[in-house]
Design a protein around this ligand. Structure first.
Ligand code: AKB
Length: 317
């Protein structure tokens, strides 16, 4: 029997496209998608799917054992904005799901783990420009705290128990398939939808808030590349800094306006402004470039073209 892959949280923004890519690489039947519900029917109907609550250790273990799963991608999490509304739920989901998967790897039920971290591990005391891999991490959001602590545990399980866990500090991810949910960087997806649907957008961050961002195709490539690199090449077992583009709401607005001249924007910062202000504006990802040849393909303009092309098709069909 061949070894298989399990994606936990497969119906989310990244999980949806990661599932498609992993099925292209490894074959549809070798990749089991799972989520707490069947909210994304296209994904549910696209191959093997199981309902799994990421907080339920036995459900994950039983699925891994009965399907000879050897690699788990743990994509379920409560993000930064939702985490501030439900701090204990964020801690519970983000930490317990990680322990479940790390412990299955420690017991050698599975061989390899991918776990996403985030730029949210950084905080107001971190250098904001070109944030280094190793630097001050004093996050001020619950989500950031879970990711920072999670990174420490990943490194610990690797050092003490030889667990092959790999991780990326994702920036904000922009995509046109599944919507993001509950993040501070979500504006950079919403803006494209509203540009096509309404011709205007009310942004919840102020116009000059610069944040690190990345187009989904690049994020998926980074993830699948990292998971294919020989273990010896990896020098970071907490989580890799990863960077592609940094822009402000004003930059993305201007990029869209070049293609949709009537598009307008207004700014109404809310509680997410303070979260954004605590994060870096750009990231130094030298280690990822050196260890596994990371290189992005999309800049702001090519991303805007792709987003608008795909969303026009979606809303016109
Ligand atoms: C969020 O905004 O919470 C996420 C993230 C940067 O991890 N997109």
């Amino acid at each position: 029997m061949s070894s298989k892959i399990l994606i936990i949280g497969a119906c989310g923004q990244i999980g949806t496209e990661l599932t498609t890519k992993l099925r292209e690489i490894h074959g549809v039947n070798n990749v089991i998608a799972s989520d707490i519900n069947t909210r994304n029917l296209d994904l549910v109907n696209s191959g093997p799917f199981e309902i799994i609550d990421a907080k339920n250790y036995n459900a994950i273990k039983d699925c891994c054992k009965s399907n000879t799963i050897k690699t788990v991608y743990l994509m379920a999490a409560l993000l930064s904005a939702t985490g501030e509304k439900y701090p204990m739920e964020a801690w519970d989901l983000n930490m317990n799901s990680l322990f479940h998967v790390l412990n299955l790897a420690k017991q050698k039920t599975i061989d390899k783990v991918f776990w996403p971290s985030s730029i949210a591990v950084f905080g107001p005391t971190t250098p904001r420009e070109s944030t280094p891999q190793h630097t001050i991490c004093e996050p001020t959001t619950v989500y950031g705290i879970t990711k920072q602590v999670g990174e420490r545990w990943c490194e610990y399980y690797h050092e003490k128990y030889d667990v092959d866990v790999r991780s990326i500090r994702y920036p904000g991810i922009i995509s046109h398939k599944a919507m993001p949910g509950g993040g501070t960087t979500d504006y950079a997806v919403e803006i494209y939808h509203d540009a096509i649907k309404k011709g205007n957008y009310e942004c919840f961050l102020s116009e000059n808030t610069s944040l690190p961002m990345m187009f989904m195709e690049d994020a998926i490539k980074a993830t699948t590349d990292l998971m294919q690199v020989p273990s010896e090449s990896l020098s970071i077992r907490s989580s890799y800094n990863l960077s592609a583009i940094s822009f402000t709401p004003k930059d993305i607005f201007e990029s869209i306006k070049k293609q949709l001249p009537e598009f307008s924007i207004s700014y109404k910062p809310d509680f997410r402004q303070a979260i954004a202000d605590s994060w870096p504006s750009s990231i130094d990802d030298t280690m990822a470039r050196k260890d596994w040849n990371w290189k992005e393909s999309f800049d702001l303009e090519t991303m805007t073209t792709e987003m608008l092309t795909q969303l026009k098709k979606k809303y016109n069909s």
